[in-house]
Design a protein around this ligand. Structure first.
Ligand SMILES: C[S@@+](CC[C@H](N)C(=O)[O-])C[C@H]1O[C@@H](n2cnc3c(N)ncnc32)[C@H](O)[C@@H]1O
Length: 363
């Protein structure tokens, strides 16, 4: 994610992710309440996986603190204390995150009438959630929002040339992606998500829960997904830079995004096969591409403005991957091109992302 607090930073361009946390608040609240009332821990360990450096992890923590304060209103004895761990990859801007936490703690956000916030402690935890992060049976609640569509790596074979790169000038699955390359993306999802479930199962206490929210696909057709459309435009923007001589063709052909948007059925299949979690609920909802467009109609009111908003959001998410592979100089021309393609797409129709939200219980 783009670091800092500037115009192009993740923290200034994460309104879509914020709305998703607000949308999934009832799921977070139910899971928190159920774990707390069933287990009555003296210290409740809560983890936000893929917290980033923006304001959204603070929103998650304040939701949890509000629920626990409410639960403890009338209880006697020692009040529960909360230990939050905020996890992300080591490259995450943890300094920015802890500056934001300091402001949050002194802003009085927690002071709601009738609520005495429980004592809480907040620690950062750098590391990949595709590894073990906690001792066995130590965590009560895991949360992860807008992360698990990211794979642990680019699917095998896609970024190495035997004779020709497998996914040509695509960066994700599009109509010209071969069935073999599609299978590589699907297998990477299956492998990563199964591993993630196994690791968290080890770390959760019995009765512990996970609330997982990530981008997915509305239809079963793997070529017709909402992410396919969005990243299809990223690929077309890169292709136009190749034509302008700003990007080498081979550089584009060796670039693929470590991402996969599964359908609800695919997610359910992995959870069922794992036999280690029961599914309390799963739902899919849709969100406009433009994070500032809350309208529900089929028309986009201002496609030029919306396309800029989409471009800023996607730039803040892809910045480090793009710089790492192509260098920094292509960022501006790439996202000018991308914004123009998004504007054309939005002039034709309102375009949405599919978000999958679920609550799982360790069995
Ligand atoms: C789009 S951001 C979402 C951040 C935040 N949860 C929110 O709702 O705004 C995705 C985050 O997932 C993190 N991430 C991706 N893969 C990860 C991994 N394997 N382990 C830990 N964090 C990861 C990224 O670094 C990034 O900060």
């Amino acid at each position: 994610m783009a670091e800092g607090e500037g115009e192009w930073s993740y923290s200034k361009n994460s309104r879509r992710q914020e709305i998703v946390i607000r949308e999934t608040k009832p799921i977070i609240e139910n899971a928190t309440k159920e774990v707390y009332t069933a287990l009555l821990p003296k210290t409740m360990i809560i983890v936000d996986l893929g917290c980033s450096a923006g304001p959204n992890t603070l929103l998650f923590m304040s939701n949890v603190i509000g629920v626990i304060a409410d639960q403890c209103k009338s209880s006697e004895g020692d009040p529960v204390e909360l230990q939050f761990f905020l996890n992300d990859l080591p490259g995450n801007d943890f300094n920015e995150l802890f500056r934001a936490i300091q402001k949050f703690e002194t802003s009085g956000t927690m002071d709601q009438p009738g609520h005495v916030p429980p004592l809480h402690y907040i620690s950062g935890l750098p590391g990949s959630y595709y590894n073990r992060l906690f001792p066995r049976q130590s965590v009560h609640l895991f949360h992860s929002s807008y992360c698990l569509h990211w794979r642990s790596q680019v699917p095998e074979g896609l970024d190495t040339s035997k004779e020709a790169y497998l996914n040509k000038d695509n960066v994700y699955i599009t109509n010209t992606t071969t069935p073999f390359a599609v299978k590589q993306f699907q297998e990477q999802f299956h492998k990563d998500f199964s591993l993630f479930l196994e690791l968290r199962h080890e770390e959760l206490v019995y009765g512990g829960k996970m609330v997982l929210v990530f981008l997915g696909r509305k239809n079963e057709d793997v070529y017709s997904g909402e992410l396919n459309q969005l990243y299809g435009l990223v690929a077309r923007s890169l292709q136009s830079l190749v034509l302008k001589g700003l990007v080498e063709k081979e550089k584009l052909e060796s670039f693929n995004l470590p991402v996969y948007g599964p359908s609800v059925a695919e997610v359910k299949e992995v959870v069922m096969q794992s036999k280690i979690f029961s599914m309390d609920e799963i739902k899919l909802f849709e969100a406009n591409w433009d994070p500032f467009d809350d309208s529900e109609g089929v028309d986009v009111l201002d496609s030029a403005c919306s396309s800029m908003n989409v471009a800023k959001c996607i730039r803040s998410v892809l910045k480090s991957l793009i710089i790492c592979h192509f260098g920094e100089t292509i960022l501006d021309p790439l996202f000018v091109e991308f914004a123009s393609l998004v504007a054309k797409q939005l002039e034709e129709q309102q375009t949405k992302l599919a978000v999958i939200a679920m609550s799982l219980k360790k069995i």
